[in-house]
Write a protein that binds this ligand. Structure first.
Ligand code: ADP
Ligand code: MG
Length: 351
């Protein structure tokens, strides 16, 4: 089932608008992440989808059906939260079967369905245990099975992996992807962790300050950021950002004059700073390479340029470093130009 927002605003107190004119369609059968920093509006958006919250303005559709005024119960969504919220006194089997009991499904039938979902999430050998006897990852599997057992219209997960340790988070995110693909259920997954969102999702919606910054496929966020916020939020190491005022000579050399005058900031990915001019060069600086760090397969050069520290992964481990200034170049792929509002400008370079 696809989910559409049309001109949705949300205010908790009728004074401050938290979500501002959200417009999007989440496609049917896909896994979509809502990604952004804390306070960006992810949970608020998810709660508007579930019906736990209602819009201040605008409309919400499930498929072609308007659900704006429907309650959470009527919308029939399955929800999974960070704190698994299992019933401690019930067995794993009874936890999964619980929503079916509420729907008055008879006992034989609900256990049959619960076992099917226990199998899907790989807890079929834990059915008689109480939640406290399970690991965090297993508890979250049970919570997912419980959400799926009532055959919801959508599966909504709000930071479901935040309470798990790093290794388990990676295992569980792959599990969520597998479960989503096996069931084909439209799934909306909230996270503040870019790595998680980028690995798991068909599409990622980046939210900041109650606005959609970009909504696209994971790799596009990295290759084709629409604004400075997305360029800075996605990618590790964090993109280098230079003030255009600090790059005048380079901008004048590489960009047409009517274009470079609009540029207020330049973002350069670490891999786009190179010691030799690439064919598609769009920038050049004289800087000092302070140090080159080499761990495992990664080589990171720390660079000083006009009081600013830059990071490059495009400089060989054995390259000279020290106090002398060296020429460094920016490759077009990985260098972005932004205007005064942080909006990405389309590159027009001299050919
Ligand atoms: N119940 C609430 N009452 C008032 N303000 C809230 C409430 N819940 C969230 N907010 C505010 O709404 C904004 C978005 O919060 P939220 O959707 O929880 O962000 P996220 O899930 O991305 O961290 C924040 O500024 C937060 O303080
Ligand atoms: Mg939240």
């Amino acid at each position: 089932m696809n989910v559409t927002f049309e001109h949705v605003d949300l205010s908790y107190d009728d004074k401050k608008t938290i979500l501002k004119d959200l417009n999007f369609t989440i496609p049917d059968g896909k896994l979509v992440s809502l990604l952004g920093p804390s306070g960006g509006g992810k949970t608020t958006t998810l709660n508007l989808i579930s019906g736990l919250l209602h819009v201040t303005k605008g409309q919400i559709f499930f498929g072609s059906k308007e659900v704006t005024d429907q309650s959470a119960l009527e919308r029939k969504v399955g929800m999974v939260f960070q704190n698994y919220a299992l019933y401690p006194h019930l067995s794993v089997l009874d936890n999964i079967a619980f929503p079916l009991k509420m729907q008055k499904v008879n006992k034989a039938k609900r256990y049959q369905i619960a076992k099917k979902y226990a199998h899907l999430v790989h807890v079929e050998d834990q059915l008689t245990k109480k939640p406290a006897a399970l690991s965090g990852g297993q508890q979250q599997r049970v919570a997912i099975a419980r959400a799926l057992a009532k055959q919801p219209s959508l599966l909504l997960l709000d930071e479901p992996l935040s309470n798990l340790d790093a290794r388990l988070r990676i295992e569980m995110r792959q599990e969520i992807k597998r479960i989503q693909q096996e069931t084909g259920i439209t799934t909306i997954f909230v996270t503040h962790d870019q790595d998680e969102a980028l690995h798991i999702s068909d599409y990622v919606m980046v939210l900041n300050d109650g606005r959609i910054q970009q909504f696209t496929q994971p790799q596009d966020l990295y290759d084709d950021p629409k604004n400075l916020f997305v360029a800075k939020f996605i990618g590790n190491p964090v993109i280098n950002v230079l003030d255009a005022a600090d790059l005048q000579a380079s901008l004048q050399k590489y960009l047409p004059s009517n274009f470079y005058q609009q540029v207020k900031a330049v973002g350069v990915r670490a891999e786009a700073i190179l010691p030799q001019p690439p064919i598609d060069c769009v920038g050049q600086i004289q800087a000092q390479i302070d140090k080159i760090e080499h761990f495992g397969s990664s080589v990171t050069a720390n660079i000083s340029y006009h009081q600013q520290r830059l990071v490059s992964t495009g400089i060989p481990a054995n390259y000279q470093f020290g106090k002398q200034l060296v020429d460094l170049y920016f490759a077009k792929q990985g260098t972005y130009f932004f205007d005064n509002d942080g909006k990405r400008l389309e590159v027009k370079t001299h050919d």
